[in-house]
Design a protein around this ligand. Structure first.
Ligand SMILES: C[S@@+](CC[C@H](N)C(=O)[O-])C[C@H]1O[C@@H](n2cnc3c(N)ncnc32)[C@H](O)[C@@H]1O
Length: 261
């Protein structure tokens, strides 16, 4: 399996050592400790992908290999459709800008990325500059796709997002959420199962998609209802569906791809 063992990670990053302990003869890191998680994921990005990434301490911390597999699966679909150099829009790139950065680093693509949180936007821009990549970061000002002036006249071959998918009653309020403290803005989504933000991406995205273009969304396994609703919505707007499962550690994620034929 593609990854970075803890014994190897500490060879590359001295700072990690203080978070490592032994269980039997195995090295472990407590990934519930956010500092430890950030330091380990930074190391993975550096060693496996040659990237320098800083995370905002109040944001959700992405799992690099999971995002890489999300992109790989999506670009395999694009390739099958004959699209080699896509025009890409990422919705909600976050403080790390990880999805857009991995796309730009490993694929030949023109990349636009939106985000709504000002602090996250500053972090994302710094991460992009540090890695000397050309990605256009746009402040969505709370919009999803329609009404964003920077992309008003654009069409895309790929609209990709790991969208906010929390149901109406989710609260951050300083407690643990998805293994990490999260900002309020990350805990939106709306609807009974957190599906509404994704619905907007699909409903608005269809008008910004080229022929053979793809809308790719990543979702956790549960709840199944949310995935079903998203697939139904994609079918409603006339997209063909492909679903992939990807596994990082013991976490299962679904890649839902809607293709405009
Ligand atoms: C689940 S996080 C994904 C972050 C990152 N792309 C990743 O893969 O880790 C969703 C992101 O969407 C952002 N967001 C929420 N509403 C938004 C909007 N209207 N426009 C753009 N981004 C938004 C949140 O601030 C958050 O950073």
């Amino acid at each position: 399996m593609f990854g970075l063992k803890i014994e190897d990670a500490i060879k590359y990053n001295e700072n990690l050592k203080k978070y490592v302990y032994k269980k039997g003869d195995k090295l472990r890191i407590n990934f519930k400790d956010k500092e430890a998680l950030m330091e380990y994921n930074k190391t993975v990005l550096k060693v496996l992908f040659g990237l320098d990434i800083e995370f905002h301490k109040n944001g959700l911390i992405p799992t690099p290999i999971n995002r890489y597999l999300f992109i790989k699966s999506t670009f395999e679909t694009l390739k099958k459709l004959g699209i080699e150099k896509p025009n890409v829009l990422e919705i909600g790139t976050g403080h790390s800008a990880i999805i857009s950065i991995l796309i730009k680093k490993f694929y030949d693509a023109e990349v636009y990325a939106t985000e709504v949180d000002e602090e996250f936007i500053d972090f994302a821009k710094r991460n992009i500059e540090k890695n000397k990549l050309d990605i256009k970061i746009i402040n969505s000002k709370g919009k999803v796709i329609e009404g964003i002036k920077e992309i008003r006249d654009k069409k895309f071959d790929l609209i990709i997002s790991y969208p906010p998918f929390y149901s109406k009653n989710s609260v951050a309020s300083g407690r643990k959420f998805g293994g990490a403290l999260a900002k309020e803005v990350e805990l939106i989504g709306g609807g009974k199962f957190g599906e509404e933000f994704s619905f907007k991406i699909i409903e608005e995205g269809i008008n910004f998609l080229n022929k053979k273009g793809v809308i790719a969304l990543m979702m956790p396994k549960k709840p199944e209802e949310r995935r079903k609703l998203i697939i139904e919505k994609m079918k409603d707007v006339g997209l063909d569906i492909e679903v992939d499962e990807i596994k990082t550690g013991n976490r299962l994620r679904y890649i839902i791809k809607g293709i405009k034929m």
